[in-house]
Design a protein around this ligand. Structure first.
Ligand SMILES: *Cc1c(COP(=O)(O)O)cnc(C)c1O
Length: 492
């Protein structure tokens, strides 16, 4: 490498370079910019309760204001911020607000939003201890509290990931490692080529993301043995037992706590006992259902959950922390770590006794995803989580009651958690007409903007799907929503 200055270059007057290149003092502290961002955020949150919840908009309308060629030259950051806030406005969905009942969303507790602002300023890489001792310990504490509130074994290993999908992935990666290890095969070293075949069994109502995880792990989708479910979507434990009798070799069972449509729980105790008897690894997808553990009234539905070897859940749903936050937990830290850990000469850990997140998740560089959990659990406490879960379920029951008072409305599920399935039929409607009517009601409701909810197919029939998981939803919101839905139903 040639490090001598080229012969023609002028000598630099001493001090000039420093004057030009040193950032002005306090450059990080662009007060005007940060204050403006806070102001814009405050404005959005102030209008959240009353804004139209999720009115349809075409992508081209947003491309017109957000797109265009890559700018050649820098723009003023404050002006960009203001333009951005204006441009995205019609395309923002009030998922954080009190009358969004689509999918299973949850919002963001104010304290979790505020904490995430701080986190952005701190800009920590929480991959390992040495890059952020503070965030490492925050996540360690958050994981410990989480096991406590969810009543999972205190010695379970955990990692904070992007969501339920990746939590399923991590849990099943640990499962894959363990069942093959027990068969004398190191899957991390040798991969799946030539490995003893793994049999995966899942309830026929398993969440789609279980299949995403299985695909990523090379376990395939079509090879999964699908175990029959009952009319609420619960895996039939005796069917599982029967299927397991025919299976030999490495086996993984995927059960579910909280069906994404009905909210129903697989019977975890008989499933866990059957899995143990067969020497199978039991994974439980409890993206939102695991939170029932916080409630004295709901907890019985999780009976036997401790028999599982891994659990997946979300904090960005029912705990109401910002995206992205899911948690994978396992009863086999050795398998969990073997499936996830990273090692390289330069990856200095800093402290052997510390929690190094990258040993427990697929990512290396990462945000401290557990920070929102820390903030939420620290401020809510055990009783606050219990109250949040109980309140949402009471509101779901209220919604079911309100809607079912009207003629032609059927609630399709037992409302055992936060989920309600609603179907509309007028006198003389056959099944197809009722399907069409129910879909038309959903479209009308979405355009109306009082609330947002989607549709699903439940046991071959179209239904409106309502999920009550937002911390800010009140009884008045439920009544107002029920009225809007019933009004839309009379208009179709
Ligand atoms: C939402 C959900 C998932 C996926 O979680 P993401 O956070 O969306 O990745 C998995 N399983 C169930 C039961 C869910 O409700």
């Amino acid at each position: 490498m040639d490090v001598t200055p080229s012969s023609g270059s002028e000598p630099q007057p001493s001090g000039l370079r420093a004057e030009v290149e040193d950032p002005p003092r306090g450059e990080h502290l662009n007060v005007e910019l940060l204050d403006r961002a806070a102001e814009l955020a405050r404005g959005y949150l102030a209008g959240l309760r009353e804004r139209s919840v999720g009115v349809p908009i075409a992508p081209d309308a947003l491309r017109a204001v957000l797109g265009g060629p890559l700018p050649e030259r820098p723009d003023d950051p404050k002006r960009m911020l203001e333009r951005l806030a204006t441009a995205v406005e019609p395309g923002l969905v009030a998922t954080a607000g009190p009358r969004y009942f689509g999918f299973v969303m949850g919002g963001s507790l104010p304290v979790a939003v505020a904490t995430s602002w701080l986190a952005a300023a701190w800009d920590q890489n929480a991959g390992n201890y040495v890059s952020s001792p503070a965030m490492s310990v925050v996540e360690e504490v958050a994981g410990t509290w989480l096991k406590d509130v969810l009543r999972l074994p205190a010695d379970a290993s955990f990692g904070f990931v992007t969501g339920g999908t990746m939590a399923n992935f991590v849990g099943l990666a640990a499962a894959r490692h363990a069942v093959l290890r027990d068969a004398g095969w190191d899957v991390e070293a040798k991969g799946l080529n030539g490995a003893p075949p793994i049999t995966v069994l899942a309830g026929e109502e398993a969440h789609v993301t279980i299949y995403v995880a299985l695909r990523l792990l090379g376990l395939g989708v079509e090879r999964v043995v699908r175990v029959a479910a009952d009319e609420q979507g619960r895996m039939c434990a005796d069917e599982l037992e029967r299927e397991l009798r025919a299976v030999r070799g490495p086996t993984i069972v995927c059960a579910q706590a909280g069906n994404v449509n009905s909210g129903a729980f697989d019977p975890l105790r008989p499933i866990g006992e059957a899995a143990a008897k067969a020497g199978a690894w039991l994974h439980v997808d409890g993206a939102f259902g695991l939170w029932a553990a916080a409630s004295d009234e709901l907890r019985h539905q999780l009976d036997g959950v401790e028999l599982a070897r891994s659990w997946a859940t979300d904090a960005h749903k029912w705990l109401n922390v910002p995206y992205d936050c899911g948690i994978a937990l396992t009863a086999d830290p050795v398998a969990h770590r073997a499936a996830m850990n990273v090692t390289a000469a330069y990856l200095v850990r800093g402290n052997d006794d510390a929690y190094n997140a990258y040993d427990w998740v697929p990512e290396s560089s990462r945000a401290a995803r557990g920070l929102g959990v820390y903030a939420a659990l620290r401020t809510l406490g055990r009783s606050g989580v219990r109250e949040l879960v109980d309140r949402c379920c009471a509101l779901a029951r209220r919604m079911a009651r309100r809607l079912s008072e009207a003629r032609g409305v059927t609630i399709l599920n037992d409302v055992v958690l936060d989920q309600v399935l609603v179907r509309f039929a007028a006198p003389g409607d056959d099944a197809v007409a009722a399907d069409q009517r129910t879909r038309a009601v959903a479209t009308k409701v979405q355009q109306d903007g009082t609330c947002w909810l989607g549709t699903t197919t439940w046991r071959g029939r179209v239904a409106l799907r309502i999920s009550v998981t937002n911390w800010s939803t009140t009884e008045a919101d439920i009544d107002r929503t029920a009225e809007a839905i019933l009004r839309c139903a009379t208009e179709v």
